[in-house]
Design a protein around this ligand. Sequence first.
Ligand code: NAP
Length: 296
Amino acid sequence: MRVFVTGASGWIGSATVDELLAAGHEVTGLARSDASAAALRAKGALVRRGDLDDLDGIRAGAAGADAVVHLANKHDFSNPAVSNAAERAAVRTIGDALVGTDRPFLLASGVAGLTKSRPATEDDASTAHGPDSPRGGAENLALEFVDRGVRTVSLRFAPTVHGTGDHGFIATIAAVAREKGVSGYPGDGTNRWSAVHRLDAARMVALGLEKAPAGARLHAVAEQGVRTREIADAIGRTFNLPVTSINPDDVGDHFGWVGAFFAMDLTATSTATRNLLGWTPTGPTLIEDLDTGAYR
Ligand SMILES: NC(=O)c1ccc[n+]([C@@H]2O[C@H](COP(=O)([O-])OP(=O)(O)OC[C@H]3O[C@@H](n4cnc5c(N)ncnc54)[C@H](OP(=O)(O)O)[C@@H]3O)[C@@H](O)[C@H]2O)c1
C-alpha cells in the first residue's frame, strides 16, 4: 500500500515508518523541517513537505494514498486548545479526503478518561465529543467517517510509549525529579499507568493497518497498570534520588503540566486487540527500561 504518515518523524511515527517499510509498503511521511525530511529519506521513505496547519497539503497527501496513519500532534500541553483545534481540523480534512474509498484511516488517541474505576477496554467508547473535549474529540470525529465509507481505526496508545530516546511523559517526569532533587509520586502512589514499548506499539500500528476493520479501537497496551510509586522508585534508582510522596494538592506545582496526567489512573487492557491482530508485545517493561538506563 501507499501509506501517508503524519508525525512520521516522531517517537512513535519513526518506528512505525520502519515497520511499514519492512512490511513492503511505500511510505510518504509529512515533514515540516529539513531534518525530518532528511531522516525520512534516509530510511527509504518519500517525503511530503508541510505543516499540520496546511490543510490543503494534508488533503492532497491523504487523497493520493491507499491509507493514512495520522500520528502528528502539536503537543502544546500548556495550551491544549491549540493542539486540539489542529488535531480536529486535520482529522476532518483526512476523513473528508477518504469519503467513499473504504481506505484505512488510522489515528492516534489515548486511554485517558475512558473509565473511572476499572481498566479501559476496546469496547469503551470515548466520551470526548466536540472541539473543547480532550484531544478535540478527534477519535469520535474520525469514527463518524465509518458510515461514510472510511475504514477508521483508532490507535489508543498507553500513556507511556517507552524506550531509549523517549521524550514523552516519563522523560518529563524524570526531568522534574532531577531538577527538584527528589523523585515524587502523587499521593499514596497507588494510581497506575498502562505502558507499552515503542517497538511493540509500532508493530501494532502496522498490524492494525492490515487487519483492523472499520470502527476498531485498538489498545497499544502491554502492561495494564504500573503503580506510580513503582515508577518513582525506578526513577529514584536511576538518578540516585530520594523518593517521596507529593501531596495531591501540590501535584500541579511540583510536576507542572505533567502532574495532572501523573495523578490519573490510566489503566487499560488489550485482550481484544491481541486477539484481533495476533499481536503479542515482546519488548521490555517500563520498569525494565528505567532500570537498564533507557532514561539516563
Ligand atoms: N508517546 C506517547 O507515550 C503517547 C501516548 C498516548 C498518545 N500518543 C499520541 O500518539 C501520537 C504520536 O506521539 P509521539 O509520541 O510520536 O509524538 P512526538 O514524538 O512528539 O511526534 C510528534 C510528531 O508530530 C509532528 N508535528 C508536530 N507539530 C507538527 C506540525 N505543526 N505540523 C506537522 N507535523 C507536526 C512532529 O514533527 P517534527 O519531527 O517536525 O517535530 C512529529 O513527527 C500523538 O498524537 C500523541 O499524542 C503518544
